[in-house]
Ligand binder design. Sequence first.
Ligand code: ZN
Length: 419
Amino acid sequence: MAFDAALQEIAEQAWEVMEAIGRRTGTPDTGITRACYGEGEQIAAEAVTEFAAGLGLTLEPDRYGNLHVLVPGAEPDAKVIMTGSHLDSVPGGGNYDGLAGAMAALSVAAAARRTGGHQRGIRAVAMRGEESPWFGTAYVGSRLMLGHSTLEEIGALRRIDSGVTLREHLDALGYADAPVLPISRGTVAGFFELHIEQGPLLIANNLPVAVATDCRGNIRYPEARCLGEYGHSAALPRAFRHDAVMAVAELALEFERFWEEVERRDPSAVFTMGKLGTDPAAHAMTKVPGEARFSFNFGSIREDVLAEADALLTRLLATIGQRRGVRFEMGPRFGSAPSHLDPGLAAAVEGAAQALGIGAMRLATVGHDAAMFHLAGIPASVMLVRNAHGSHNPQEAMERADFLLGTRVLGGAVMRAAA
Ligand SMILES: [Zn+2]
């Protein structure tokens, strides 16, 4: 267990570095802000580079600013095992969403360098811009690195706070001449990502880690509207009304009923109407509302359940619209297909957890960089570590002991896959 002992010692240092990055990129009140290619993410990038250097690892940027290190194995021609996560955060987020996985990955690479014995090379990566608020698209670093998008396609996107384009940000950071690395299913045998859970289930089940089976897909309409007819709240009998709020309320409750029914066979299903309101310029307590705006967001790991939800939505928009005399304009549609993560790698995580004497439950999870690897045909796995208060908020928390244990499980899984 020389590897595990080395990893434990390195992970303790990693925790301190992670806490220091947190103090430098946010406050307890306002939360953590690490914009993609911005000041906070750059502070994290420099701090992890220094941390790695202290452990004898030289981190090198690729063309998109992702920071890599490869610890060669005994078989130089074999495909490598890769592990990592992202350095950025949402505006006013928490310290561990992303950064914990990057720190854990670097710790595993450093321990492997110290003790050796693996056949496949181990590549650790700290990625950029996974969160969508910055450029309006998620997975910037991993998407570009894996070739799902090119700089020609997304380089002109402007960052929401700076107004500067993605390509200009890369150039300003000096990455224009950095290499495009051959990261593909031809060179990578598997990708492991450690990530905080962002949900309450591990705390509820009193377990430190989980293995994610799938990343949810979703059907999303961020800017939907229902158009009815404004009228006098007292003078207009019910039968004469075209009430947009009641129509959206019916849609919401019908979907909640569907969700309740479906969750018995698909516990991964989620439904949220996170935005909902009337027009403040036109609404009044004494007016029947003629317009309501809302968002629609249904997620599941199952294609068939997503298809059912889609069909139900089409049906409800027609029937509610007809019966109530209102019209739904759903606006642009976004969303993605579910990613089914690799069972072989999941078994490696479970085996590594067992070897440390802990159980790991299976859970569905949200979108992570691992989904981009999966989409590139690379077997991918996400392990979730217990954390309090969800994520994307300043209260997000994680226990030091859980980070240390999670990192050891990740290390065990990576070494099994690289053996
Ligand atoms: Zn994340």
